[in-house]
Ligand binder design. Structure first.
Ligand code: HEM
Length: 159
């Protein structure tokens, strides 16, 4: 009888420990678990939001006398313009961690022989910033996106 009593006490003690652990685990596996960090793509608002920024950006570039001569042929051909915008959307979507695949040229080949200057590069970045501001993209996301594009400068600027 004494043995049965001891065995029962042990079983009860073990089941209490497992119960406590189960409660502790379930309490920790809920909402207080750190949320997975959102990609820049998600924080920008996804593909639709990126496409809206690209539309605004390209319109600003087309109206910018400092650099629109570079884009004269592109702007005068609707299909070429649509293709160019699509490539920009895919490039930004992919670079920010989105589900797209950029299938255009690498930045060196795409701009080879155009004679893009530092000043032209700066003007284009200003137009992009203005487009991002129009859609009230927060400072942190703006900086992060510009930080992804900045390293391309060496492949684009030739003079
Ligand atoms: C970070 C800056 C830039 C990015 C991310 C960028 C991106 C691109 C991309 C993705 C393309 C398409 C490539 C392809 O056809 O496969 C392209 C083409 C082009 N880029 Fe840029 N570019 C930048 C800066 C510039 C600058 C500063 C200029 C001139 C001021 C410029 C002028 C052009 C032109 C004229 C084309 C050809 C468009 C066409 O196909 O009709 N880009 N660029």
């Amino acid at each position: 009888m004494r043995r049965i009593f001891i065995a029962l006490t042990i079983i009860l003690a073990i089941s209490q420990i497992s119960f406590d652990r189960a409660v502790a685990y379930s309490a920790n596996s809920g909402a207080d678990k750190p949320a997975k960090a959102k990609s820049l793509y998600e924080r920008l608002g996804g593909k639709k939001a990126i496409a809206a920024v690209v539309d605004e950006f390209v319109a600003r570039v087309a109206a910018d006398d400092r650099i629109n001569s570079f884009f004269a042929d592109t702007a005068s051909d609707a299909k070429r313009l649509a293709d160019f915008k699509q490539k920009l959307v895919d490039q930004i979507c992919q670079a920010t961690g989105g589900p797209c695949k950029y299938k255009g040229k690498d930045m060196k080949s795409a701009h080879a022989g155009m004679g893009v200057t530092e000043a032209a590069f700066g003007a284009l970045v200003e137009d992009l910033i203005a487009a991002l501001d129009k859609f009230k993209v927060p400072e942190a996301e703006k900086k992060e996106l510009l930080g992804l594009l900045a390293p391309m400068k060496g492949d684009i600027v030739e003079k």
